[in-house]
Ligand binder design. Structure first.
Ligand SMILES: Cc1cc2nc3c(=O)[nH]c(=O)nc-3n(C[C@H](O)[C@H](O)[C@H](O)COP(=O)(O)OP(=O)(O)OC[C@H]3O[C@@H](n4cnc5c(N)ncnc54)[C@H](O)[C@@H]3O)c2cc1C
Length: 304
């Protein structure tokens, strides 16, 4: 790829767009091509026009992504500029588009007395990201409420799919390959007593237990069955462990913070260190919840 930063292509891509601008960890090298379509028609055209061999990566708010320092060879499609739509289908169902922030979904649903949607306030990502991750918080989980989804495939073809087309597990969603989410119809039970106070209370509880205001990706590791990754990391004495600008939070051990100067390589090294130490102390092999994508920076290549 030609390394001219931010040069526009014929179909309105940014070239070499630094992904640290688009991830909550504030790290990540450049994407060869970065698209932020503002309509579904534009998105369809981008997918149809991209050569079939070009890898495509989907990006919501980047709150669960570790993008390596060498960046992404291929195209990144960000959903943040797509229309953010939310409509009430009937007294229990709503339809939300992929680029909508989960917080907005939670707030609007709670106003509509669809109280069980309040948990979405704890997920600082988009509806599309929550669908891809089966994100969950405060005991609620995204796919518990999914009735159907709309997807788009690599050629730009759009289709509706029932929930039954997907296999759902803890933070795992398996469905048709190379299809991404454009939106979903959710069903929530009616709860006349639901109010914004419930959301405020959930967030206050969360802020007391988790670091806020410092770049992170939330929980780095999945909780192993019957246990908590944070407990195992704390038990291994790793709170406060630091590599470069990446640090295991003193408040919640399953959070790795960017103290300001972290690279993706610092974070990845710390992840490896934590994994090794937890395996030695408790015999548990922690699995990643965050998704790691992209290439190592040239200087890292060949390092062990
Ligand atoms: C402070 C903090 C707290 C967090 N707390 C929680 C929590 O309580 N519970 C929880 O589950 N998560 C939590 N997270 C993680 C994160 O917010 C969720 O995983 C969220 O669902 C990711 O959404 P996103 O839009 O940021 O997705 P991204 O991080 O941009 O992408 C995540 C994955 O989803 C894919 N993706 C994104 N959009 C689409 C789409 N439209 N179609 C198909 N695939 C798509 C991406 O390709 C990528 O593989 C937290 C993160 C932070 C920073």
């Amino acid at each position: 790829m030609n390394a001219v930063p931010n040069e526009r292509t014929a179909i309105d891509a940014l070239r070499n767009e630094p992904l640290r601008r688009h991830t909550s960890w504030r790290v990540g090298g450049p994407a060869d091509l970065f698209y932020a379509p503002s309509t579904i028609a534009e998105l369809t055209r981008i997918l149809a026009e991209l050569p079939a061999a070009t890898p495509v990566h989907w990006l919501g708010l980047g709150s669960n992504l570790l993008v390596r320092d060498g960046g992404i060879r291929g195209a990144v499609i960000a959903t943040g500029s797509l229309p953010r739509e939310l409509e009430r289908v009937d007294d229990r169902r709503v339809r939300a588009s992929a680029g909508l922030a989960c917080m907005l979904l939670a707030k609007r649903c709670v106003r509509w007395h669809l109280g069980p949607a309040a948990f979405f306030a704890g997920i600082p990502g988009t509806v599309g990201g929550a669908l891809a991750m089966n994100a969950g918080a405060f005991g609620g989980e995204t796919w518990t409420h999914v009735e159907s989804v709309t997807t788009i495939d690599r050629r730009g073809d759009v289709r509706d799919r029932p929930r039954a087309d997907f296999e759902i597990d803890y933070r795992t969603v398996r469905g048709p390959a190379t299809e991404w989410f454009l939106g979903s119809t959710f069903r929530f039970e009616h709860d006349e007593s639901s109010s914004m106070d419930a959301i405020k209370e959930l967030l206050a509880r969360r802020n007391a237990a988790q670091p806020v205001g410092v770049p992170s990706c939330g929980s780095v590791f999945r909780n192993p069955p019957g246990d908590f990754a944070g407990r195992l990391i704390e038990q291994a004495g790793l709170k406060g462990l630091q590599i470069g600008g990446a640090r295991v939070s003193d408040k919640h051990a399953n959070f790795i913070l960017n103290t300001g100067t972290a690279t993706a390589a610092d974070i990845e090294s710390l992840i490896a260190e934590v994994r090794g130490a937890v395996e030695r102390t408790s015999g548990v092999q922690l699995e990643l919840e965050v998704r790691v994508i992209g290439e190592h920076a040239p200087a890292e290549k060949g390092e062990p």
